[in-house]
Design a protein around this ligand. Sequence first.
Ligand code: HEC
Length: 120
Amino acid sequence: MRSVVLAMVLAFAVSVGVSYAGDAGKGDGLFHGAGKCKVCHKTDDKKLVGPGLAGVTKSYDDAFLKEWIGNPQATWAKGGPAIEAMQKKVNKVGKPKTAMAPGKLTPEEIDDVIAYLHTL
Ligand code: HEC
């Protein structure tokens, strides 16, 4: 029975285009706490070390954000359209390294942070 309910919830989530299952409230705490995101990012559109993150989920999809937040340097090195867009935005086209430090969040915590980014 539980798995049927779960399957229905998942089917609904997929049908409305929600591909993350994070908790925005927890993500808020992680962003400003253990995730250390706030050391480099503001939640409005003002630059700190990195770009302000207001509206950032309109620029990148969740799958990319998950990869990026989990391992910025590897994602940067791999390239692709999202990285090219980011490099243009931050004026680092052709630079071998990103200035974003890797965090120590679990995959579940990253989902929470992404859910929080959706609220910005
Ligand atoms: C040491 C500083 C630093 C920390 C800590 C950091 N970032 Fe970043 N982040 C950056 C920089 C700098 C960039 C832009 C790429 C560059 O200039 O190398 C960036 C880019 C991003 C982008 C893409 C922004 C855009 O508009 O293109 C997102 C999303 C992001 N970071 C999320 C996070 C999250 C979530 C955390 C916490 C888990 C985090 N960052 C922690 C420095 C940081």
